[in-house]
Design a protein around this ligand. Sequence first.
Ligand code: 7TS
Length: 414
Amino acid sequence: METSTHILNTLQVEDIRKQFPILKRTIHNKPIVYFDNAATTQKPMVVIDALSHYYMHSNANIHRGIHTLAEEATAAYEATRTAVQVFINASCTEEIIFTRGTTESINLVANTWGRKNIQEGDEIIISEMEHHSNIVPWQILCEEKKAVLKVIPISDEGELLLDVYRQLLTSKTKLVAITYVSNSLGTINPISEIIQMAHNAGALVLVDGAQATVHLDIDVQKMDCDFYAFSGHKIYAPTGVGVLYGKKALLEAMPVFMGGGEMIKEVSFVKTTYAELPYKYEAGTPNIADTIALKAAIDFMRETDVAMIHQHEKELLEYATKQMLQIPNLRIYGTAENKTGVISFLVNNIHPQDMGVLLDNQGIAVRTGHHCTQPLMHRLGIPGTVRASFAVYNTMEEVDRLINGIQKSIKMLL
Ligand code: 7TS
């Protein structure tokens, strides 16, 4: 391992690791190396505690009770909304809608804003590197409305071809739905430029922030996106809770999503009126416990120092990339200049799944397959990759174990 000074020294990383109980586990009698963070991150004790504390002390349904437990639960739930607002710098809490995750957030926009505003012949632009959840909802909408789905191609390095994007934008473009960071390649897209270009053409922009939110500073006002979607479970929070940010004027003008309790002002059999933002989009009893724990995750990130986390992940990426490129016949997919801590790779014609199984036997968790980006894999001419993705608790020693593990697997498979 290299001995240069790192942003987080060994002791600081050890301190962080101690907060994640699962990292004490062994897999096949080896200490776990968890490199599947792009799929979901592990959870720190503060998040686990927030869940059990809620159920042990404050469990109640929110918003409609006047008893103490209901008030406590409501206050904690709404405190998360404020924490999210500050975390992504939205201008007010009404702009923060809780959903089940990125997928639901995108579907919400497609089914409300999309259904109302997309008409026959209109155009929606996505990119070749999108996750299925930022492809399929737009495809469904385009089919229903006879609208046109256009796709920004990528270079062999895995960067968007912005010149082509410029040509795809027309007066018919109503929406650009684009990922900030690619889950399969790690590419960080020049999001402000993309948004600016879309706005100049009169189109709105939805940013898929599923991968970006844990790796980059998110400022939705500075970015000037119209919608921003992310999942709690990729930023150290539980599964089942996510966020849709939308500009207030847009959210106010959009039709409702799901109908039910919580989202109404008044119901009669003749006419129902709807609640104000953000409740208009939060029908039914929400995922109270996980939403409360999302605040604990955000607090964890802020206390650990977001900038330091990002720098640490960058160092892991640089170190791992350098080491991997020394392995003969290993090819990295996604070599953009601007990348987060994701490395997708293949070795010769070894099937990714075979490599994944052998790495798991050595206690190393990576993801294999198409990573829900089948069109991207098609563009690259491969069925899938092996993907290692980093988080704040990963170490240089773990990267060394991955490198050794890959070398050992190659020997067994070739
Ligand atoms: N968008 C991107 C860019 C993603 O990486 C993911 C999940 C999603 C959307 C969907 O998020 P969800 O929380 O609603 O499921 N990505 C991955 C992955 O790379 N491996 O497992 C899930």
